[in-house]
Design a protein around this ligand. Structure first.
Ligand SMILES: Nc1ncnc2c1ncn2[C@@H]1O[C@H](COP(=O)(O)OP(=O)(O)OP(=O)(O)O)[C@@H](O)[C@H]1O
Ligand SMILES: [Mg+2]
Length: 248
């Protein structure tokens, strides 16, 4: 793509680092505000690259836990045995290689928010353990004999249809209901065409400044090219595309 022209104006954020003023996004920001105030667990769903982590950060910032930690964990990347000690911690000597005790991410998120990303990938035994922690708010590190009370708001994110995973028997129904007190659905980019221009302008400016060039704007030709594309990878794909265009 060429079509990057001279000086651009910086685009101001619309909601805690998020860009977009389409009706669907304004509705999402409002929902996030309400849910933030309400407390309780939240399920954030939406296709890959739509901004699930960003809206979680916004929700955290809006909540009374905003000054506390926000800890993201990817449930997909880590084998179950490791994930357990990662989340709940372990005592020293709990298993081979566990020389030092570890608090675990639940304890680290105390007073804040824990984002369990790609929750649909959680193995059955971890689903059971997570459910127990959510039920009584107590975490027991591996090999420890004392439980510790934690005050954590859990936000789970997924790009799958988690209800369908439940009907297929791949995800526990009781855990689903625990996690999904509230649901936020982040719409795919193709459902917010009105935001495309603002987002593209934001990334063009952001990436040109990042490599020390004067801020670039997109030409009308470039914009009309972008509007004709469906962006299966959503905002992340748009950002990557503009970054490449700015670099070359
Ligand atoms: N509304 C937005 N305004 C500005 N940047 C955005 C917006 N939505 C997403 N992004 C950017 O796009 C990228 C992807 O966003 P994010 O990581 O929040 O998506 P995700 O849904 O969690 O993706 P994945 O499914 O891959 O985990 C990030 O670089 C993020 O900063
Ligand atoms: Mg994510």
């Amino acid at each position: 793509m060429n079509g990057l022209d001279g000086a651009a104006e910086e685009i101001s954020e619309d909601f805690h680092g998020m860009i977009g003023r389409s009706a669907v996004m304004l509705a999402l920001y409002e929902q996030a505000r309400q849910v933030a105030r309400a407390g309780g667990s939240v399920l954030v769903c939406g296709e890959s690259g739509v901004g699930k982590e960003l809206i979680t950060r916004a929700l955290h910032a809006e909540s009374d836990r905003g000054d506390g930690p926000l800890i993201p964990v990817n449930c997909a990347g880590i084998p179950s045995e490791l994930l357990e000690s990662e989340l709940f911690g372990h005592a020293s000597g709990a298993f081979t290689g566990a020389q030092h005790a570890r608090r675990g991410l639940f304890a680290e998120a105390h007073g804040g928010t824990l984002l369990l990303d790609e929750i649909a990938e959680l193995a059955p035994e971890m689903q059971a353990k997570l459910l127990r922690v959510l039920q009584d708010g107590q975490v027991r590190p591996l090999g420890a004999n004392l439980e510790r009370q934690v005050d954590v708001r859990v936000v789970a994110a997924t790009n799958r249809d988690l209800e369908r995973e439940v009907t297929r028997g791949r995800f526990r129904e009781d855990l689903f209901f625990r996690l999904a007190t509230f649901t936020l659905r982040v719409p795919p980019l193709r459902e917010r065409g009105e935001d495309l221009q603002r987002l593209a302008a934001h990334f063009a400016c952001h990436f040109s400044v990042a490599i020390g060039r004067s801020p670039l704007a997109l030409s009308d030709a470039a914009l009309s090219l972008l509007s004709g594309y469906s962006f299966p990878g959503n905002v992340r794909e748009l950002a990557n595309l503009i970054e490449r265009a700015v670099t070359f």
